[in-house]
Unconditional design. Structure first.
Length: 288
């Protein structure tokens, strides 16, 4: 049986661990490309073997807790999970935020360097995960939701170590979203930035439109999940994301909101996808 000891890990600093009957949960830190320490959960089955692994990236308004329960369920089925927390997201959606705090939280969202760094940090996490003795580096997946899905589309075009991507409620063109969306967050950013600075921001963020990258994802497979009542991602963004992607790919739609609140069907579908694509039996979960 595997138990967490620091000598088992390469590149991760363990802050605390919980040993359960079937798996271990560790709060870990790792050094990013830009010398920051990123927080993550590392969840590992207790069986001594080489496991398939999943890298998770959370939605923009949430944090690493958003995939915490899902990763534990996957651990029971033999998956290692690394749930990375973004170093610059979170907090800006709160109501009644003071002006000084508001500026401090909006500014990182319009700093294009943060997006470059985030992509490099995810790739750093993939590198460290692939080096662990309990990970099968030939069976690695990426799961992203919202922000994590949109930037997962970019990752798909530049990262060839991931065998399959599950992209939940992502947008194909972030630049178009910022220019046209009537969602309060998009309107807030447009109103916050002076016109000239907004134009520069759009010019920079357009370079990261996922549609330009996801066409190069093959041979990795891609599974898209979209919500029919998504307050962030409209049908045009969703369908163009799918259309731009290379094959093999599949798409599913669900009667839910952007957060996929209580959508058990979507969880079961993406779990079956992971079981199929990285080599585990496909009959563990059954949906009707």
């Amino acid at each position: 049986m595997f138990h967490f000891k620091e000598e088992h890990l390469t590149g991760f600093e363990v802050r605390k661990s919980i040993i359960k009957e079937e798996y271990s949960i560790s709060e870990v830190y790792f050094e990013s490309t830009y010398k920051k320490h990123l927080q993550a959960f590392l969840i590992v089955p207790n069986q001594t073997s080489s496991h398939p692994a999943v890298v998770f990236m959370h939605p923009g308004l949430e944090n690493r807790m958003s995939f915490y329960k899902e990763a534990q369920m996957l651990a029971e089925k033999g998956f290692v999970s690394l749930i990375i927390e973004s170093s610059f997201l979170g907090g800006y959606h709160q109501e009644g935020i003071q002006q000084k705090k508001f500026i401090q939280t909006i500014e990182p969202l319009v700093d294009i360097q943060n997006y470059t760094r985030m992509l490099m940090d995810i790739r750093r996490g993939i590198t460290l995960l692939s080096k662990q003795e309990f990970v099968d580096a030939n069976r690695m997946a990426y799961v992203g939701h919202g922000f994590g899905s949109t930037w997962g589309g970019v990752l798909a075009g530049i990262e060839n170590r991931i065998k399959t991507f599950v992209l939940i409620a992502g947008a194909s063109k972030t630049s178009a979203w910022h220019m046209t969306s009537e969602h309060p967050m998009a309107v807030l950013i447009r109103n916050f930035l002076p016109p000239e600075r907004f134009d520069i921001f759009i010019s920079n963020i357009r370079k990261f439109d996922a549609a330009q990258y996801i066409k190069n994802a093959a041979p990795a497979s891609i599974y898209f999940q979209f919500a029919k009542n998504d307050e962030y991602v409209d049908d045009d963004q969703a369908t163009s994301f799918y259309s731009a992607a290379s094959s093999p790919k599949e798409i599913s739609w669900y009667q839910t909101d952007h957060g996929f609140s209580g959508c058990e069907e979507a969880f079961l579908d993406r779990t079956n996808w992971l079981l199929d694509k990285i080599g585990l039996p496909t009959d563990i979960f059954v949906t009707e």
